[in-house]
Write a protein that binds this ligand. Structure first.
Ligand code: C5P
Length: 241
């Protein structure tokens, strides 16, 4: 069976400051989303990329991709564009809904991680195709992480309630890879129960299915805040040398 990549790209990107939806902001002149689509299309396993656009922006995204994706990047890879939803979870579900029947493996990749190296994408896809139902790329954390008390009023110091052992923590990236059936079931269950999740693997964990970690990559970081744009442009500049 074939492998597809679903790219949720419908977020506003409020933390990045005012402007266009985050996925459409440029890095060294090229929209983040275009970098992200190229990163998925270059992977050996991927033969279909589904871009989930802002709810009112599917036509604009289609035009943008048609203008910017070079035929050589796309050799043998089809790109579909569908409108997204109000949450990341909704957007991923809308992307899953258009997958053809012969797709057995699904990678879900944030448009906001435009610089993920192809080796990381290939490693995740291979691990799923070798039999793992859910695979996430992740890195050890460099900061010590504290858990704080919930619901502390704004402006008050937050009481620390615990310090998890840093050696056992991992910062999770994308693409996250899944057996299609597992991911679809996880999304159905979460939708039924009306709960949220910040990543797809988290939903799969609730099904009781084992998720495994493979090594992530520093360049797969998420462009969230203004400083991340500076870093992303520096990484791109270094690649061109
Ligand atoms: O907000 P966050 O940084 O977690 O977003 C991760 C990814 O999910 C981004 O690529 C963003 O465009 C996407 N997203 C989406 N639909 C939403 C919200 C976020 O596709 N409603």
């Amino acid at each position: 069976s074939r492998t597809a990549a679903v790219i949720p790209a419908a977020g506003r990107g409020v933390r990045l400051g005012p402007g266009a939806p985050k996925a459409l902001r440029a890095l060294n002149g090229t929209p983040m989303l275009v970098h992200a689509v190229r990163a998925m299309a270059r992977a050996r396993a991927v033969s279909l990329v589904v871009v989930v656009a802002p709810p009112d922006g599917a036509a604009e995204v289609r035009t943008l991709l048609d203008g910017q994706l070079l035929p050589e990047t796309l050799e043998g890879v089809e790109v579909l564009v569908v409108p997204g939803g109000g949450t990341r979870q909704d957007s991923v579900r809308l992307g899953l809904a258009v997958l053809p029947d012969d797709i057995g493996t699904v990678l879900v990749h944030d448009a906001a991680r435009p610089l993920v190296p192809v080796e990381t994408v290939d490693a995740v896809a291979s691990a799923v195709r070798d039999g793992a139902p859910a695979v996430v790329p992740a890195l050890p954390v460099s900061d010590t992480v504290k858990e704080v008390a919930p619901e502390v009023p704004q402006g008050e110091p937050e009481p620390v309630v615990g310090t998890p052992d840093r050696a056992l923590l991992r910062a999770v990236q994308t693409p996250q890879g899944f057996a299609r059936k597992t991911l679809v079931e996880a999304h159905e269950q979460v939708a039924r129960e009306g709960e949220g999740a910040t990543d797809d693997a988290g939903m799969v964990e609730r099904l009781g299915v084992q998720v495994v970690v493979v090594p992530g990559h520093e360049e797969a970081f998420k462009v969230t805040r203004p400083l991340d744009l500076v870093l992303a442009e520096a990484v791109l500049a270094r690649r061109r040398i």
